[in-house]
Design a protein around this ligand. Sequence first.
Ligand code: UDP
Length: 237
Amino acid sequence: MEVAKYKRIMLKLSGEALAGEKGYGINFDIAKKIAYSIKELVDLGIEIGAVVGGGNIWRGRNGSDMDRTTADYMGMLATCINALALQDCLENIGVKTRVQTAIEMREVAEPFIRRRAMRHLEKGRVVIFAAGTGNPYFSTDTTAALRAAEIEAEAILLAKKVDGVYDKDPNKYDDAKKFDKLNYIDVLEKGLQVMDSTATSLCMDNDIPIIVFGLERPENIKRAVLGEKIGTIVSKK
Ligand code: UDP
């Protein structure tokens, strides 16, 4: 029988992960594949919190001529659209879910209530945390780190377009070197593109390991949870 390394995880999916090749909008074939790999984890008895980004629809920094706060609220709303899409794909294959939002929209989803989220997780429901932290000037990476600490997740699974952390952009440089392991300080000092520094610091302060892996094969999510060496692990050691 397959034995998972973690009992409770936080899965961070960037908005781009849902977009596929086009880089914008939602590709439902991809969203369904992701949903199936999440289902495999649920079937293994793993409790899953998920944070979805919004970059496939809108990022605060896209609105260069706009008021930054307004542009960031637009980004937070974008994450809600993605969260509902993921929820729909999961529910269609029989996975019980709840979406909790950091900005109240009671007709659409529950507000974020930590104790309630814990209860959902214990009951085996996938809890999708939407609307980021509810605050401008933050990212969904920071949301994932914050919610991971709050729900006492044992690790953050950070699904990316690239299959780990490199010393330079592997799409531009043939000699880019992939790291198997890193510690938080290395990431911060070298300015490596893992998470933004706020998110990385939060993980460091709360000792939450980050497993960075490529989502080009959605089955990677399961491999990461089973403790297989894929991608890059960022931790204290
Ligand atoms: N955002 C925000 N506060 C948060 C989370 C997100 O203001 O706590 C906004 C921000 O403008 C960000 C956008 O929402 O650019 C979408 O999130 P993000 O860029 O993290 O999505 P991803 O890159 O993961 O798709």
